[in-house]
Design a protein around this ligand. Sequence first.
Ligand code: SAH
Length: 203
Amino acid sequence: MVEVDLKGRGISDSAVLDAMGRVPRHEFVDIQYRELAYADHALPIEENQTISQPYIVALMTQSAHLLAGDRVLEIGTGSGYQAAVLAEIVKEVYSIEIVEALAEQAALKLRQLGYDNVKVRHGDGYQGWQGAAPFDVILITAAAPEIPQPLIDQLKVGGRIVMPLGDHRMYQDLILLTKEKSGLKREFITGVVFVPMTGEIRK
Ligand code: SAH
C-alpha cells in the first residue's frame, strides 16, 4: 500500500509514509473487510459511515504540513484510523465524532493500540474543542458546505485547515486553508467524495 498507492501516486513526506506503514489499518475496518484493508479504497464502517481511502488520508495528512510538536483537531473520528495516523506524527490529537457508537468504538480501539496521545469526544465538531484550542492544524473528514467559523477562531495564526468543501454529495473540493494575519489563504488540492458533515452546519 505504501509503495504502490502512496509513493506511486506522489506522496513524498517521509513522516506520513512512515506513519501509514506503522498504523495497522486492518484493526480499524470491519472483520468482513479485513482482506481489503490495505487496498486503496474507502470501506464501510458502522452507522453508514466510511473509513477514507488510504491515498486520501495520506494526501490530507501531507497537505497539513505537520510538525512533531503540533496539536491537531480532527472533526469526524469515524473508525479512528486518521486519528492514529496523526498520532504517529504529532504530539497531541483531539478528535470529535457526532455518532456516539462510533466515538466509543474508536476511543476503545485507539486505547487498545496504545495511542495515548489521542483524545476522542462525542459531539458536534462544528463548535470545535474550545478547552484544547488553539490548534496548529484542523482536519475535517466530512464534507461541509462552508467553513465553520468556530474552527477558524480556534486555529493559530499560521495554522492550517484541510477539508472537503462543497454541498454536492458526489464531489467536493479538498482544500488547504492557511490562517494569515490578513485572513484565510485558500488552495485547491483535488476533487474528493466524503460523507456529509451533519449537525449544526445544516441549520
Ligand atoms: N476520519 C475517519 C473517516 C471519517 S467519515 C476515519 O479515519 O475513519 C466521516 C465521519 O464524520 C463520520 O463518522 C460521521 O459520523 C462524522 N461526522 C459527520 N458530521 C460530524 C460533525 N458535525 N461532527 C463530528 N463528526 C461528524
